[in-house]
Design a protein. Structure first.
Length: 519
């Protein structure tokens, strides 16, 4: 197929098939995930719209030179129908014992035409391409290893619903070519590129990787990894995880800085969402209210943008749990409603599933919470929210050490984002539950410095200082916690929240009594 065809954009019914990106989109700009073979079959059907395709034609086009059982086609058809939703039987018809037909009018336009800005108009979240990593080894057979790193990065970054990741069949067309990165960015219509190199010998491998902002030409992030080769796949998994963990927060930071340069009136849905995240991350009632306004703006601009609904749920969680300005029952109802909508819009949004699980935790650390967290982690093990909520669940079910591991992971995935308020304070609690009061006080103090208006951080610091016998400092901190929010103090101290075990709650009260609290 020629270059022009490979850059085509097809519109049919309520969908867009963008071959340059290797993506199926809804008309609202939501990416709909399809496995490679299902995508190839949908492309074949779209390019032959109105024509009956029998199984032999499909086999030759989608599985050339390979013998595949009929179940392979059946599964791909099932995947496509699931992606197309409730009207899928109308769009993709089965002709018994003959084959399949896409019964929809299809319009084709070039990605280089006026539709070259199509994706940018309907999807303003950042687009990123992972270029094939250069094999700098003398052995050409090591190509599979360098390709494997890039392949795994594409797979793992695609799990992040805030990113639009270019498919392998588009980004790998640049393999072995001398390229100009800005030219590649224009062709693929991306804001960011990841490129790198692999040098390997019998015992060691060295991988260089960098994230480039194609608009400015600047390096957002770069790192070198040196590893001993014990197991090829283990090293590949380790390097992939390290790069994804580094790239996501670096990219989020770059995106936020980009949105700050835009005037308020010109913000798109993604940019309004980024502004809202910044305000929510300041963890005080006034900024939380501003965050709501930005998330509502994002939803108004794009009613199918699930992250904005999930973030709106979090603003209500902050009101109920952090500031205690909303009763718990109302918090669960409002936050749960927004989170459920996010999941309904995008069932593959791991953050939305995790936040929904956390809203159910208001009633206690139940099996339902754990099932929700497990589903979120299965969708995306690198979800910041999923790791944070996992940590919270483990913390309040008597597993502080395992909780801290998940909370530290969440912080590493998003060290400066709005999520950090949760793991920072709960890491302090995890040390407290283990009776390591020095570590608890140090962690709580870091949270106080970062979130000076957050009563939770002051309260946990007061308890830890009380246990350490630093009574004057403990009492000052206790008074500050009460001063910041009497209602929060009543929620967490005078009453036992449903998610606290009785023994853990009494342990906190013990530290506060030593700090000078009298009930």
């Amino acid at each position: 197929m020629g270059a022009a065809a490979s850059e085509a954009v097809y519109r049919f019914d309520r969908f867009i098939l963008d071959l340059a990106r290797g993506a199926l989109l809804s008309v609202e700009g939501r990416e709909i995930l399809l496995r490679p073979k299902a995508f190839a079959l949908l492309r074949l059907l779209v390019e032959n719209s109105g024509r009956l395709l029998d199984r032999d034609i499909i086999m030759q086009a989608v599985w050339p030179g390979v013998t595949v059982a009929d179940d392979g086609i059946t599964q791909c058809v099932r995947d496509i129908r699931r992606a197309l939703g409730s009207d899928s039987q109308r769009l993709l018809k089965t002709v018994p014992r003959r084959g399949y037909i896409l019964a929809s009018k299809v319009s084709e336009e070039s990605a280089r035409s006026t539709l070259g800005t199509l994706t940018a108009e309907i999807v303003d979240r950042p687009a990123i391409a992972i270029l094939p990593f250069a094999n700098l080894s003398n052995d050409s057979e090591q190509e599979f290893f360098s390709d494997g790193i890039a392949d795994d990065l594409i797979t793992e970054l695609s799990r992040n619903r805030s990113l639009f990741v270019i498919a392998r069949n588009s980004s790998f067309t640049y393999r072995g070519r001398s390229i100009d990165l800005k030219h590649v960015a224009r062709e693929l219509r991306v804001r960011y590129l990841v490129e790198g190199s692999v040098r390997r010998d019998a015992k060691r491998v060295r991988i260089n990787a960098q994230l480039i902002d194609t608009e400015s030409g600047q390096h957002v992030w770069a790192e070198r990894y040196d590893r001993k080769i014990s197991s090829v796949f283990a090293v590949q998994d380790e390097i992939t995880s390290a790069i994804v963990t580094a790239v996501c927060p670096a990219l989020a930071d770059a995106e936020f800085r980009r949105t700050l340069r835009k005037p308020l009136e010109s913000l798109g849905a993604w940019e309004a969402y980024q502004r809202g995240r910044w305000h929510m991350g300041r963890a005080n009632p006034a900024d939380n209210a501003k965050a709501k306004d930005f998330f509502q703006r994002a939803i108004t601009l794009d009613a199918m943008f699930s992250p904005a609904y999930a973030a709106m749920a979090m603003t209500y969680m902050h009101e109920g749990l952090a500031f205690a300005t909303l009763p718990l029952q109302e918090t669960a109802k409002l936050a749960g409603g927004w989170a459920r909508t996010a999941v309904e819009i995008d069932a593959n949004d791991a953050d939305a599933h995790a936040i929904l699980a956390w809203t159910t935790a208001i009633g206690g650390a139940t099996q339902e919470v754990w099932e929700g967290v497990s589903l979120a982690l299965a969708i995306n093990p690198n979800s910041t929210w999923a790791n944070a909520v996992k940590g919270a669940y483990l913390l309040f079910t008597g597993q502080p050490s395992q909780a801290r591991e998940a909370l530290v992971t969440a912080l590493r995935l998003d060290p400066r984002g709005p999520i950090s308020v949760l793991p920072l304070t709960q890491i302090a609690v995890s040390y407290y539950f283990e009776r390591d009061y020095e570590q608890s006080a140090d962690a709580a103090r870091r949270a106080v410095v970062r979130y000076p208006e957050l009563p939770l951080a002051h309260r946990y610091l007061a308890a830890a200082l009380g246990q350490l016998g630093r009574i004057d400092e403990a009492n000052d901190t206790l008074q500050k916690a009460i001063e910041l929010s009497v209602s929060s103090f009543n929620l967490y101290v005078r009453n036992r929240p449903p998610w606290f075990r009785a023994v853990d709650h009494e342990h906190i009260l013990e530290g506060l009594r030593k700090a000078g609290w009298r009930n």
